[in-house]
Design a protein around this ligand. Structure first.
Ligand code: ADP
Ligand code: MG
Length: 347
């Protein structure tokens, strides 16, 4: 493992009150993985990162890097580096000098500095811009300089705390692809913090979804999206319909329909993604989950339509339906419709 956290807790004392920023997080991140901490603002992502880097000591628990207990080891003695949203480049130094700074401080031989800085600028696609000053560069370019500066020391792990947060959407999406490519190329473990679900889903090998100081779910992007473990995860990642009630014989009765929950009895919470639901006028087959409702709203969104469908008890479900190039809307406002989905699409 590159990084292990064992039941790590962080308490802050402020104004006589105790704030638990992290309430017991256990993680095991293998070498070379692109790992993300994803969650809303205030859930404890930055605090977790700062404990990995050594800027904060845990109140309880252990931090291990490459199998070694570093819980009480200072940041400069840990083989990790951190990149922040603010690039913190030296404004009076050229790109070259910014990247070379750490190596020179360690008295690395001049030839080696030249070779490693050159290599790194090649990797972040800034070869030829060595003499530029930070203010002469775009936000994306500055962030790549910061990345090169963090990677040139060859840390065993790189920690990135919302590094693309200051960039506009288009640049951010381009940088997501760049970052993933760079990580693959250098083969270093990346721990990436973001509150942006699409960013985490795009780049990560695995994601820990955090909420209120705890990890709610840990898994690959596909798993987290398709099989959210909790209502929080389902709601935080993408759009989701939540249905709750008491199931008997593997079936949950809801107003105007049924949800198939094979193998489950008693109180259940079921989530269904809007794109898994089919909207139609015919009563669906017995082997599908099905519910009747009335179309309350249709929103045209280019490649698909979003329907809000009101059920008999007043609850609303969201349905996404792909638009074929010659399709007209399959249902209109006020229409009485059936919604159906396969048993394996509710969790
Ligand atoms: P995130 O990075 O997910 O937005 P943080 O780790 O920054 O979350 O913060 C988690 C919680 O801990 C928040 O409630 C925050 O207010 C609190 N917190 C963070 N740092 C401190 C501190 N130095 N003193 C007191 N409370 C803090
Ligand atoms: Mg933060």
């Amino acid at each position: 493992s590159a990084i292990e956290l064992e039941d790590v807790v962080k308490e802050y004392h402020s104004h006589g009150e105790v704030v638990q920023a992290v309430k017991g997080v256990t993680l095991d991140i293998p070498e070379g993985e692109f790992f993300s901490l994803l969650g809303p603002s205030g859930c404890g992502k930055t605090t977790t990162m700062r404990m990995i880097a050594g800027f904060e000591a845990p109140s309880k628990g252990l931090v291990r890097l490459l199998g070694q207990d570093v819980t009480n080891v200072p940041p400069n003695k840990r083989d990790v580096n951190m990149v922040f949203q603010s690039y913190a480049l030296f404004p009076h130094m050229s790109v070259w000098d910014n990247v070379a700074f750490g190596l020179k401080q360690r008295k690395t031989p001049q030839e080696e500095v030249k070779r490693r800085v050159g290599e790194m600028l090649e990797i972040v696609d800034l070869a030829g811009r060595e003499k530029r000053m930070p203010r002469q560069m775009s936000g994306g370019q500055q962030q790549r300089v910061a990345l090169a500066r963090a990677l040139v020391n060859r840390p065993r792990a790189l920690l990135l705390d919302e590094p693309l947060g200051a960039l506009d959407l288009k640049l951010r999406q381009a940088m997501q692809i760049e970052l993933k490519r760079i990580q693959r190329e250098v083969g270093i473990t990346f721990v990436y913090v973001t509150h942006d679900q699409s960013e985490a889903l795009t780049m990560s090998d695995r994601i820990a979804v955090m909420n209120d100081g705890l990890v709610e779910q840990l898994g690959g992007p596909h798993e987290i999206y398709e099989r959210p473990a909790t209502a929080f995860v389902a709601g935080f990642i993408g759009t989701s319909n939540l249905l709750t009630g008491a199931a008997t014989g593997g079936e949950l009765k809801i107003a105007g329909g049924r949800v198939l929950v094979p193998g489950h009895d008693g109180e259940v919470t079921v989530t269904v993604r809007p794109e898994k639901i089919t909207i139609g006028t015919e009563e669906p087959a017995r082997e599908s989950s099905a519910v009747r409702g009335t179309v309350a709203e249709v929103v045209y969104l280019g490649t698909y339509n979003s329907y809000a469908v009101r059920l008999a008890d007043g609850a609303e479900m969201t349905v996404f339906q792909q638009n074929a190039h010659d399709a007209t809307a399959t249902a209109e406002r006020g229409d009485s419709v059936w919604l159906s989905w396969r048993a394996q699409h509710s969790y």
